[in-house]
Design a protein around this ligand. Structure first.
Ligand SMILES: [Zn+2]
Length: 147
């Protein structure tokens, strides 16, 4: 069943089991996770950062930018979280996914990319399954050593 709202839950760490309709935020680790809003049950991890997802709280709900494109999930759902509400977008096509991977990599400085294109905002961004991401301490270390 599709979810149309995500309620924020501020946690010390992302729990093992996620509940539908909850947007978990572990700000200490810049970590954010929720179950895919389409109802498929997949965990969607959206790390918080300047080249990842950005969040804003308006006192009613959490706004998350850019959109959440679940191109790596079977459902390929794609939506925007706006003040806690899910605004649905068209499912991601293969072309969206390939284009977005390149843009995201360029935004993160991983691949050379023409400078004119580099200014484009990375939208939507591919969310990776939770397990595919490096633990926070590895990411923190990489930031420190700059690799
Ligand atoms: Zn889904």
């Amino acid at each position: 069943m599709r979810i149309d709202r995500l309620r924020p839950s501020f946690v010390a760490d992302i729990p093992e089991t996620l509940e539908p309709g909850v947007l978990y935020l572990a700000l200490e680790y810049d970590a954010m996770a929720h179950l895919c809003a389409c109802g498929c049950g997949a965990e969607v991890a959206t790390p918080i950062g300047p080249t990842d997802w950005r969040i804003a709280w308006n006192g009613v709900g959490m706004t998350v930018r850019p959109s959440i494109g679940n191109g790596s999930l079977a459902c390929r759902s794609h939506y925007v979280i706006e003040a806690g509400r899910i605004n649905w977008c068209a499912p991601m096509s293969d072309r969206d996914i390939a284009g977005e991977r390149a843009r995201t990599a360029a935004a993160k400085g991983l691949t050379p990319y023409p400078s004119a294109r580099q200014a484009e905002p990375p939208e939507p961004q591919i969310a990776q399954p939770l397990a595919a991401q490096a633990p926070w301490y590895i990411r923190a270390w990489r930031q420190i050593v700059g690799s």
